[in-house]
Design a protein around this ligand. Structure first.
Ligand SMILES: C[S@@+](CC[C@H](N)C(=O)[O-])C[C@H]1O[C@@H](n2cnc3c(N)ncnc32)[C@H](O)[C@@H]1O
Length: 212
């Protein structure tokens, strides 16, 4: 990977923590905001649909949508530890043959990836420095639905992410987190031909679904 941020993701999302995340997903299902996004997508119909899940982590969206009737899923993640866990979990659940995993920076991989009916980025925009390229290349892949979970643009999230970045700097990890302005992200997606059909907030996160 040519991207320093993605190299940081490879070392940040690894080892004990990612395994713990999978155990938590197996025990309790998707976290609240992921569940909201999945439910909003399912409400628009997923039967036979293809999914491209960018930065999918343990693959909650892929597993849940495949089990709800989606046809095929592709995951693209900069962290190889997650991809192994997605495949293990898919094997256990019996849908390994309906998914493909790609390792790397989605922005670099995009030319090689087929468009999908549904594209999701759950807590991914905040892990990438160049949101314009990420949004531009990912909206171009979405035929019908485009779903995101990303931080609200408030003093609280900006301060929290600054604090986390100081910690990352102290432990000499090149990975950084970003609070990209909501109005800029939203404007780019709308300019790509989408309208917003679902929006929900927690104190720090927003869950948004767009339709083309
Ligand atoms: C905070 S984790 C979120 C994982 C999962 N979606 C969730 O919500 O639990 C961010 C994920 O995005 C991935 N990621 C960030 N930027 C990426 C990029 N440009 N291409 C591919 N994956 C990326 C990271 O490797 C990591 O797996």
């Amino acid at each position: 990977m040519g991207c320093r941020q993605c190299e940081g993701a490879e070392s940040f999302f690894s080892g004990f923590w990612v395994k713990r995340e999978l155990r938590s997903y197996q025990r309790s299902g998707p976290r609240k905001t992921t569940r909201w996004l999945i439910d909003a997508i399912k409400a628009r119909g997923v039967e036979g649909a293809t999914l491209l899940d960018i930065g999918g982590g343990v693959g909650a969206i892929q597993h849940e949508l495949l089990e709800s009737g989606a046809g095929r899923a592709t995951g693209a993640d900069a962290a190889s530890a997650y991809l192994e866990l997605v495949e293990q979990e898919a094997e256990r659940r019996g849908h390994r043959d309906r998914m493909t995993q790609r390792h790397g920076d989605f922005v670099e991989l995009a030319d090689d990836l087929a468009p999908a009916d549904i594209v999701t980025l759950d807590r991914v925009i905040c892990c990438y420095h160049d949101f314009e390229s990420l949004v531009d290349r990912s909206t171009a892949k979405a035929r019908r639905l485009y779903g995101l979970v990303y931080p609200r643009y408030t003093w609280l999230t900006r301060a929290g992410n600054r604090f986390l970045n100081v910690f990352l700097w102290l432990i000499r990890n090149p990975f950084r987190v970003f609070t990209h302005p909501t109005h800029a992200v939203d404007a780019m997606i709308r300019d790509s031909g989408f309208q917003r059909i679902y929006h929900a907030n927690t104190l720090t996160w927003q869950v948004v679904l767009y339709e083309r």
